[in-house]
Design a protein around this ligand. Structure first.
Ligand code: OFO
Length: 172
């Protein structure tokens, strides 16, 4: 039986992960409209991964006999103007999500909920990777994004990204 505070935080996190997916779809649309289909592809796949993260938590709550309750997903509210705006907001957003995951981890730790801590280990590592990816995207753009040929090459590189289902759902 899950502690009610831990379960509520996990339930809220489903919404936060779905919002992340929405936010990244918004970034993808921005780049598609700018003709940068590689960047659009990268964020489209990122959105799918975020949905996997949401489903991973939903499954965990269901497996632990918690009645999941879904709430409305907010409209992405970032004003995107410059080509690097999504990259900056993306890094900021991942740092924020890391804090959310750590808050749930703290709540689980406080009630000695070792099962949830073990479950959240995957999300803790994933956030480390995602902060790094977001930081790398921004650094590459800062280094090369102002040169059209380099931007063309970067965009082509990002077009190669393909989706693989997150391992958090591998048991499905
Ligand atoms: Fe859900 O992985 Fe980052 O935000």
């Amino acid at each position: 039986m899950l502690d009610s505070k831990v379960a509520e935080l996990l339930n809220d996190q489903i919404n936060k992960e779905m919002y992340s997916a929405y936010l990244y779809l918004d970034f993808s649309n921005f780049y598609a409209n700018k003709g940068l289909n590689g960047y659009a592809n990268w964020y489209h796949i990122q959105a799918k991964e975020e949905m996997d993260h949401a489903l991973g938590i939903l499954n965990y709550l269901q497996d632990n006999d918690y009645a999941v309750s879904l709430s409305a997903i907010a409209k992405p509210d970032k004003e995107l103007v410059h080509l690097d705006d999504p990259l900056k907001f993306g890094l900021e957003h991942e740092i924020y999500v890391t804090q959310l995951i750590h808050t749930i981890y703290d709540a689980a730790y406080n009630v000695k909920d070792y099962r949830t801590m073990k479950f959240l280990d995957w999300y803790v590592s994933e956030q480390g990777e995602e902060e790094k990816n977001a930081n790398d995207l921004l650094t590459q753009f800062e280094l090369f994004g102002n040169d059209p040929k380099s931007l063309y090459a970067l965009n082509n590189e990002l077009a190669q990204r393909t989706y693989t289902q997150s391992s958090i759902l591998a048991g499905e």
